[in-house]
Design a protein around this ligand. Structure first.
Ligand SMILES: Cc1ncc(C[n+]2csc(CCOP(=O)(O)OP(=O)(O)O)c2C)c(N)n1
Length: 311
């Protein structure tokens, strides 16, 4: 079926307006787009690890969620979702439930790359029929911008401050998407929201409707932590993709496929200069930082192209 944005947008909203996410936050865009991939007649159970999304959308007695929603700790978001999915399978087999339910977990990068990694790994390996969505804003944002293993090298954060002792984070970003690919699950994809959101919508649909475990890693910028003006969010994600800092690809039953190739690969500096967290990288004497960031991105991009051409 051909992609039709107008049709997608005409579906009922499952993440209601009135939540308290910041203006210019990527996480709300991610959640709305993922949920829009559900068939309107299907029901969903959402598990959500603690983080900005949860505190902004589920302040008792209010909720922005139109579907069943479980707030979990960081450590067990994937296990909770997998447990509900297993119970559903039994109830359905016994004829106690007729409706079709889909199972989706949302977690930030702190809850996914770091604290919840063990339960995520377990749920994926057991093959629950669920989707885990990481909205990756590259730090523990809700508690005040602490670094996570998803924070890129050189980024200024409250636990990797720029000063005389250090120049932002010292380590490169962990490649969680590849760790998920290594689980051998049916569907893994990396995406974000550029243009008409087609890439994000289509991958969400595949992730939800491919039987078995699926993982989506969605770059979801944070205006407070990345320090860009709220209205610049679309330019920031576009630059992330066009500089190959955040390649968009999928691994469908082991087959790698690049889903977007920049017409002209932008220098990584063009992406970094849009964000205050990298401001120190542009000071005289720090040119080596831009070079190191470029080298790392180039190396990862070449390795990805190789994988895409080999499968
Ligand atoms: C086990 C545990 N440790 C620490 C906290 C405090 N805490 C609440 S939200 C949060 C940050 C979450 O970061 P992330 O998962 O990246 O999501 P974001 O806030 O960026 O959306 C932290 C550390 C907690 N709730 N539980």
């Amino acid at each position: 079926m051909a992609y039709n944005l107008k049709q997608e947008l005409s579906k009922p909203e499952r993440f209601a307006p009135g939540h308290r996410l910041c203006a210019g936050c990527g996480c709300g865009i991610t959640v709305r787009a993922v949920l829009r991939a559900l068939n309107p007649e299907d029901k969903a159970v959402i598990a959500n690890a603690t983080g900005c999304l949860e505190v902004s959308s589920f302040m008792y007695p209010y909720t922005a969620w139109q579907d069943s929603y479980i707030h979990t700790a960081f450590e067990n978001a994937a296990a909770t979702c997998g447990g509900v999915e297993a119970a559903y399978r039994v109830l359905r087999r016994k004829g106690k439930i007729d409706d079709t339910y889909k199972f989706i977990t949302f977690g930030g990068d702190g809850g996914t790359y770091d604290i919840g990694l063990q339960s995520l790994s377990g749920a994926m390996e057991r093959g629950h029929d669920m989707v885990y969505v990481c909205y990756d804003n590259e730090a523990y944002m809700n508690t005040g911008i602490q670094r996570s293993s998803a924070t890129p090298r050189f980024a200024d954060s409250t636990t990797t401050p720029v000063g005389s002792m250090q120049q932002g984070k010292g380590q490169n970003k962990k490649d969680l998407t590849e760790i998920m690919v290594a689980h051998g699950i049916p569907y893994v994809a990396q995406t974000t929201f550029i243009g008409n959101l087609r890439d994000l919508h289509e991958k969400s649909r595949k992730a939800i409707y491919t039987p078995g475990a699926a993982f989506l890693n969605v770059l979801s910028p944070c205006p407070r932590g990345w320090r860009y003006p709220a209205e610049m969010i679309a330019s920031v994600v576009k630059a992330a993709v066009d500089s190959c800092v955040w390649p968009m690809f999928e691994v469908d039953h082991g087959q790698y496929r690049l889903t977007y190739e920049p017409r002209r690969k932008l220098p990584v500096a063009d992406y970094m200069k849009l964000q205050g967290r990298f401001a120190h990288c542009f000071k005289s004497g720090n040119e080596w930082m831009l070079e190191a960031a470029q080298q790392w991105v180039d190396q990862k991009w070449e390795a990805l192209l190789e994988k895409c051409s080999n499968t």
